[in-house]
Design a protein around this ligand. Structure first.
Ligand SMILES: O=P(O)(O)OC[C@H]1O[C@H](O)[C@H](O)[C@@H](O)[C@@H]1O
Length: 528
């Protein structure tokens, strides 16, 4: 057999197709051998068993002692208790009722007939899914336009608020935070509340919360009489929360068919329960990932959707995959340093940016092409005889896949018929399950994120040091060197941190510096 015939055969042997979704998964351009597939059998068997246990309510997140229930969000009948089932069903109904009221104007801002905009405030899993869905299912004239604040960057906040301008008076603010205590989200809420107040508007008449039970955000929302509060549950992780109120509420407000998203995910979940490698798209992806990185994440995943609407998919997957799999310890307590690095933007745009390195440079990655078969709902001109822009996009995808393969670079291709709510739900579910399978293969807890805490704790210490510094400056009144400050507040081991705090405060006119900026030791710090 020549190479072309061999590859065509391999393509057909491994091609997965889901008839109802019209979705294909092709892992034929990953160079695994039959021996590798046989060797994976025990791991695959274990992954199927783990999936069953998880779905029936096992404590799949042992160190947080939590069940992992994002699969129940689209199949409440599978949730292990009646109460959970009820909660899930009621929440979707409540979201739809609230959204209907907002769209009709039954719920409206104090001085206008209808809300025109949404301002979504949240970070991480409380932003990435909503942002991804907002972009991929966007329409030119949605019932409400959405903007996001997903950081504690005052300048970023200024820009979003300035873009809203007078429309703030018809903007519904959704504060999304599972824990209710994430500083970026809490700061965003305070900043936005301040902006409403500055505009003479009563924030509570514009605000909705999506948060966990008894969180500080829930208390605040209830005490202040916000418009509504929708629940997040401890058995849904932030990065798998797009199909909970976190994602459904903003999506429904923008006019997205959330029942279709849930349905797509449900169909995909059923497909990824099939205990047969070739008939299970998530199992196929997971073994392909395992093969590529040797089960140790030795290769990065470059996600290349050839569709503008899917631009944010790689960013969404970045959190889903890296926060889930990037772990120091495995479930047995061994030090493993697991993970898979994920990056990407979109094709063909990236072909004019970094694909040069992918083709010829360091071969430390595998690509995932996301292909969308349907070009557009509108008529388009031919850009060359018999060739449309869509043909170009399609040709460039095939060409890049081929060029990479010829140079020893493997790739996966996931193909969907169109970017619809159904298929977006299915894509989300496909990758959620793939992460579950892969985590089982490498025996890590995919559902906690202990590493995130370290940076947060260190940041809290920096801010505490800033408070001590300012108190000292107020008390002393005069000019002090960094060394004197460090001694006086018993922080000599943190003098560099102090210096950087001082430099930041100086740049924001919150204190005064004298001396040579290039020589930190020469600086004298004072309040005026
Ligand atoms: O929804 P929140 O509780 O505000 O959390 C937002 C995000 O913050 C954290 O740092 C976690 O690492 C993420 O998994 C989470 O999605």
């Amino acid at each position: 057999m020549d190479l072309a015939t061999e590859l065509w055969q391999r393509y057909q042997d491994w091609l997965y197709y889901h008839a109802e979704l019209g979705l294909y998964v092709d892992i034929s351009r990953m160079r695994f051998t039959p021996d590798f597939v046989s060797a994976m059998e025990p791991k695959l068997k274990q992954a199927f068993a783990d999936m069953k246990a998880l779905e029936s309510g096992a404590i799949a997140n042992p160190d947080e002692q939590r069940m992992v229930g994002h699969y129940w969000l689209r199949a409440p009948e599978l949730a292990p208790t009646v109460d959970l089932r009820q909660d899930i069903v009621t929440t979707v109904d409540r979201i739809e009722a609230f959204v209907r009221d907002v769209h009709t104007g039954a719920v409206h801002p104090p001085n206008a007939a209808k809300f025109t905009n949404i301002l979504s405030i949240g970070i991480g899993g409380s932003a990435l899914g909503p942002q991804f869905v907002a972009q991929c299912l966007a329409t030119a004239e949605p019932p409400l336009q959405i903007s996001f604040i997903d950081n504690t960057d005052p300048d970023g906040i200024d820009l979003v608020l300035a873009q809203l301008g007078d429309r703030l008076a018809t903007t519904l603010a959704i504060v999304i935070s599972k824990s209710g205590g994430t500083p970026e989200a809490a700061n965003g809420a305070k900043e936005v509340q301040y902006a409403y107040e500055q505009a003479g508007l009563d924030f509570s008449k514009y605000a909705v919360a999506v948060t966990g039970k008894d969180s500080s955000l829930e208390k605040l929302a209830k005490q202040s009489g916000w418009l509504d509060v929708f629940p997040m549950w401890d058995w849904v992780g932030g990065r798998t929360s797009e199909l909970s109120a976190v994602g459904l509420l903003p999506a429904a407000l923008q006019g997205v068919d959330i029942r279709a998203m849930l349905q797509g995910a449900k169909i995909m979940d059923a497909a990824t329960r099939v205990e047969n490698l070739k008939q299970n798209p998530a199992a196929l992806l997971a073994i392909a990932w395992y093969f590529s990185g040797n089960g140790k994440g030795e290769k990065d995943m470059v996600v290349l959707p050839y569709k503008d609407r899917l631009l944010l998919f790689s960013r969404y997957l970045q959190q889903l995959i890296m926060e889930s799999l990037g772990k120091e310890k495995d479930l047995a307590g061994n030090t493993v340093y697991q993970g898979i690095a994920v990056y990407g933007n979109k094709g063909s745009t990236d072909q004019h940016a970094y694909v040069q390195q992918l083709r010829e440079g360091v071969a430390n990655f595998f690509a995932t092409f996301i292909e969308v078969l349907h070009d557009s709902d509108k008529p388009h001109p031919e850009v060359e005889v018999g060739i449309t822009s869509g043909d170009y996009l399609s040709g460039l995808l095939q060409g890049t896949r081929q060029a990479l393969y010829e140079n020893g670079r493997d790739s996966i291709t996931v193909t969907i018929p169109t970017v619809s709510a159904l298929n977006v739900g299915a894509l989300i579910a496909l990758y959620e399950r793939t992460v579950s399978f892969y985590a089982s293969f490498v025996n890590v807890n995919a559902y906690h994120q202990p590493g995130v805490e370290a940076g947060k704790k260190a940041a809290a210490k920096v801010l505490a040091l800033q408070t001590r510094l300012m108190e000292l400056l107020k008390a002393e009144g005069g000019k002090l060197s960094l060394e004197q400050i460090a001694e006086k507040i018993a922080a000599t081991s943190e003098i560099e941190v102090l210096y950087r705090i001082v430099r930041h405060l100086h740049a924001n006119q919150r204190l005064h510096l004298e001396g040579e900026l290039s020589k930190p030791a020469s600086l004298l710090v004072s309040l005026n």
